[in-house]
Design a protein around this ligand. Structure first.
Ligand code: GLN
Length: 475
């Protein structure tokens, strides 16, 4: 899709008109996919492009950015009251890269507050709606980015994925979402939720588009000590096919708790890959049952530490009369954070406290090692090349259905969080429908084998029609 868009621009189509019509569509939309738009900056840049078109991998391409990624001069509030009005004085590394390659930033997308959630319902600015059924959630936490792309309110977007936040909304909104290997994309300028788990990645309408955006944002950045050098090369190897590929099918990702329609769609996808020349074998990831507990202990512990910086003195919310520091700190945090964020800070602080550290946090770290070893074993030489699973155990649920029951929301992440604990790459792409709602197929690869993941996804996409469907309201 982005290729055609670039071709149209190269043939003389006006970037300004393109950007203008996107803003018109966004203004009319009832999805609440964006928290704030950067209309003036975007139109100005589009006009400059029309006057003297530049080159670059994303020359003239409009893009939506999750509200947790810092953009110079554009409000970045993480869908939290505590950061409402905060305008970063600098760009995240990924934003610098997008700009260098010629992209045009449309605005910031809605998300679960500080990326804590699976449904985009914990946003201070209200939930985003799923374009396939506006009574349902778009998934989370990058729900605004996914809904915008699925509804044609942006041709592509960036999200961040700590425990599934790119793949879950991609699955619920019927689009493609890639969580890169930990370390492939710089986190400089990403507002941290749980920094040992998260990565920025693309949400797009096709595997090729996701590969293109990944190509732009991947690569070493000295400002993120966990970032590594990347060879890129995703686009040239996309069409390599799956002849001879071995797909591992982890038995723990099927059966109880998985919607039978979802399970059937994923098993059909595996047969399709077989038809295309791959083979499959059952593998086991025995520590899967501990993944959710370990993930939530680690994520909440890191969150309790990362969110300590929001003290009301440096960014965002002010409450008027200056009182002593302790009172100001607690009043601003009480008023500025929503209930899910508070819950996580409290649990995380408890898990890290002197008396309980060994019982919870340390234990979770040990489980993390076991999970990593599960993936290394399943994906070792002589084992599988990629793993194929459902992204989510069920399609998008109704707005309000789970939000009062945090545990049932956490459980929805059962197939996405292990991937972040292990640090491996994974993509979600459409593989069918259940009562008109999209189903996501997850393809997981070895560390830094984005090439293998994308190539497998592309072969499947080329052989199936699911990515071509668009939501009814969007036609
Ligand atoms: N749903 C998970 C959580 O709430 C994952 C969120 C994310 O990836 N940012 O932590």
């Amino acid at each position: 899709m982005l290729r055609e868009l670039k071709e149209r621009l190269a043939a003389g189509a006006s970037a300004e008109e393109m950007v203008f019509s996107l803003f018109e569509k966004i203004e009319k939309s009832d999805l609440n996919a964006y928290t704030n738009l950067s209309e003036d900056l975007a139109l100005e840049r589009a006009r400059e492009f029309d006057k003297a078109p530049w080159s670059g991998l994303l020359a003239g391409v409009p893009i939506a950015i999750k509200s947790s990624i810092s953009t110079r001069g554009i409000e970045t509030n993480c869908s939290s009251r505590i950061l409402e009005g905060y305008i970063p004085p600098y760009d995240a590394h990924v934003i610098e890269r997008l700009k260098q390659e010629g992209a045009i930033i449309l605005g910031k997308t809605n998300m679960d507050e500080f990326a804590m959630g699976t449904s985009t319902e914990t946003s201070y600015f209200g939930p985003t709606r799923n374009p396939w059924d506006t009574g349902r959630v778009p998934g989370g936490s990058s729900g605004g980015s996914a809904a915008a792309v699925a509804a044609g309110e942006a041709p592509c977007a960036l999200g961040s994925d700590t425990g599934g936040s790119i793949r879950c909304p991609a699955s619920f909104c019927g689009i493609v979402g890639l969580k890169p290997t930990y370390g492939l994309v710089s986190r400089y300028g990403l507002v941290s939720y749980a920094n040992s788990l998260e990565q920025i990645g693309p949400l797009a309408l096709s595997v090729e588009d996701a590969a293109l955006v990944a190509e732009v944002i991947a690569g070493h950045d000295p400002r993120d000590s966990t970032s590594v050098k990347s060879d890129g090369g995703y686009l040239p190897s996309l069409d390599g096919g799956v002849e001879g590929l071995v797909c591992g099918v982890p038995k723990e990702y099927f059966g109880e708790g998985v919607d039978p329609v979802v399970e059937k769609a994923v098993l059909d996808a595996i047969s399709k890959l077989e038809e295309l020349g791959a083979s499959w074998k059952e593998v086991s990831l025995p520590s899967t049952k501990y993944a959710l507990s370990a993930y939530y202990i680690i994520a909440m512990s890191e969150a309790s530490s990362n969110l300590a910086r929001f003290d009301g003195l440096r960014y965002g919310l002010r409450l008027g009369a200056d009182k002593d520091w302790h009172t100001t700190f607690s009043e601003i945090r009480a008023a500025g954070f929503g209930p899910e964020v508070k819950r996580r800070i409290l649990i995380g602080t408890y898990a890290l406290s002197a008396g309980y550290y060994g019982r919870y946090y340390l234990k979770a770290l040990k489980v993390r090692t076991l999970i990593k070893q599960d993936f290394e074993r399943a994906l070792s030489a002589g084992g599988a090349d990629v793993l194929v699973t459902p992204t989510m155990p069920f399609p998008a649920f109704k707005i309000g259905e789970r939000i009062e029951d945090p545990l049932s929301l956490y459980m929805a992440d059962v197939f996405t969080v292990p991937i972040n604990l292990a640090g491996v790459p994974a993509i979600s792409l459409p593989c069918g429908f259940a009562d008109g709602l999209p189903i996501g197929l997850q393809i997981i690869g070895r560390h830094f084998d984005e090439v293998g993941v994308l190539r497998t996804a592309k072969a499947y996409e080329d052989a199936t029609p699911y990515h071509k469907f668009v939501p009814r309201e969007v036609v």
